[in-house]
Design a protein around this ligand. Structure first.
Ligand code: AMP
Length: 461
């Protein structure tokens, strides 16, 4: 049980769409008492001021407290725990016995997040004599074993692969001084609770614990109560969730025309970096193939792809050699690209919260981004839930006479939609009752007036 209830997350703690507080202007990094090498790395990264979660979490961690942080990707949470951990470990470095055992363990739900957290550790710790490594599945275990032999101070890991190492006795967790559970809610969603418990049982009783979670379900509360002792609670307002920084819109378009519209948007606007979300792995593959066929360099990233293929796709997307990265929600966790300009929801997620996670990939670090959702009639109920969740209406654009270019064949709809009576109706066409008709268009391209111009859209609120 928690000893100090008043520090506990409030019952109502939830992602709120309007929590944009931007970067904390009151407290500067210099007020946080971080050591010089860390301050230098922070300056090199171009950060001027700590984000709210950093301003609150860093002093608490430096003071040695356990921490319960309500923060999601985009809040600056990684630096919020990495910076003070580096400070603490470096301070005691000389005195610490060079046992070769990891002194800090960070658990993450996904391989991508593990890789990115470790990258942050390296970035912020570049002027310190501390060593780090990441271990996660989908990669050969041999190089990881070698890396672990080289006396790692900070180990970032996914639970499954870490337990493989424990099983092979290639890691010893008895020297862990600081334990971090990153994106704890995702870990529970992904069924890692048993693994987490096994890992905790291997840690020394005396240690500092930090738990980060975007949401607080009953399960998270139970986990926090069993892991944390007298924690300080901090809440990180997301710098961009559903905020002014992200220019959100919905394009109402039938499912079968979505890929044509998407290709058109990317080409017409000459977008260079577009992250696209689909609901299924097959859908991601199909869409990447379709975009490639339309002359747009595209890759898909999802759980069925090998880790090297995922890493390569991400690297190519980051360096600009791939324009469109098509991802499923799980695979996209932890994808962290500064100033990602465009996020497309090819299909809306059925969890409103995932929408916030998805659009949180754009508009980061003070730059503005665009999030466009392609929404079919069948998805309008999800849209309603999302709007209720983020407490705002998303502007809608109707593609009432969007017609694919002549050289784009229109596929037959694969979800056979009922034929309307009384002839064809187009998206947004007014019915006799005067209301908008959002039913999909059933005509085939060859029967329609072709136009390359999609500026015939009209806005509704
Ligand atoms: P995270 O929430 O850890 O996923 O971080 C989101 C992004 O914010 C990363 O790209 C960081 O590089 C960036 N970031 C973290 N802290 C700051 C800061 N104080 N000022 C500006 N950008 C930051």
């Amino acid at each position: 049980m928690l000893k100090n209830k008043k520090n506990y997350a409030p019952e109502s703690f939830k992602l709120s769409g309007d929590g944009n507080k931007e970067i904390n202007k009151e407290i500067g990094f210099k007020d946080l008492n971080l050591s010089k090498p860390i301050m230098q790395a922070v300056a090199d990264a171009g950060y001027e001021n700590p984000t709210p979660v950093q301003a609150k979490a860093i002093p608490a961690v430096l003071a040695g407290s356990d921490l319960l942080a309500g923060a999601q990707t985009g809040t600056g949470k990684t630096a919020a725990f990495t910076l003070p951990i580096l400070h603490l470990l470096a301070e005691k470095h000389a005195a610490a016995s060079r046992s070769g055992k990891p002194r800090c363990l960070v658990l993450t739900p996904t391989r991508e997040l593990a890789a990115q957290v470790e990258e942050s550790v390296k970035t912020y710790g570049k002027y310190l004599p501390l060593k780090s490594t990441a271990v996660f599945g989908g990669m050969s275990i041999v190089p990881q074993i070698k890396a672990l032999r080289r006396n790692v101070d900070i180990l970032v890991a996914t639970p499954g692969r870490l337990l493989d190492h424990v099983g092979q006795k290639t890691v010893d967790l008895s020297g862990v001084e600081i334990f971090v559970l990153d994106e704890a809610d995702r870990m529970l969603d992904m069924g890692f609770i048993v693994d987490i418990k096994k890992i905790i049982a291997l840690l020394p009783k005396q240690r500092q614990n930090l738990l980060f979670s975007a949401t607080f379900s009953e399960k998270i509360k139970t986990l926090s109560a069993s892991v944390l002792h007298n924690p300080v609670f901090v809440e990180g307002a997301k710098r961009n969730a559903a905020s002014e920084l992200v220019d959100q819109s919905v394009h109402l378009v039938s499912q079968r025309l979505k890929s044509h519209l998407l290709s058109h948007l990317i080409k017409h606007h000459k977008w260079k970096q577009v992250l696209i979300f689909t609901r299924t792995k097959n859908g991601a593959n199909r869409l990447a193939d379709k975009l490639t066929a339309d002359g747009i360099s595209a890759s898909a990233i999802h759980g069925n792809k090998s880790q090297p293929a995922r890493t390569k796709a991400l690297a190519q997307f980051k360096d600009g050699s791939v324009t469109a990265l098509v991802a499923t929600d799980v695979a996209s966790r932890g994808i962290d690209i500064d100033r990602l300009p465009h996020v497309i929801n090819f299909e809306l997620p059925n969890m409103a919260e995932d929408y916030v996670h998805r659009i949180g990939r754009t508009g980061r670090a003070g730059s503005s981004g665009k999030a466009i959702s392609l929404v079919d009639k069948e998805e309008l109920r999800y849209l309603k839930e999302i709007e209720r969740f983020i407490k705002r209406e998303i502007p809608k654009v109707l593609f009432d006479s969007f017609v694919p270019p002549a050289n784009m064949p229109v596929a037959e709809p694969h979800n056979s939609l009922p034929q309307r009576q009384g002839g064809r109706k187009h998206y947004g066409e007014r019915t006799s009752a005067g209301s908008r008709n959002y039913s999909p268009r059933y005509g085939h391209a060859k029967k329609q007036n072709r136009s390359k111009d999609i500026n015939t859209k009209s806005k509704v609120r």
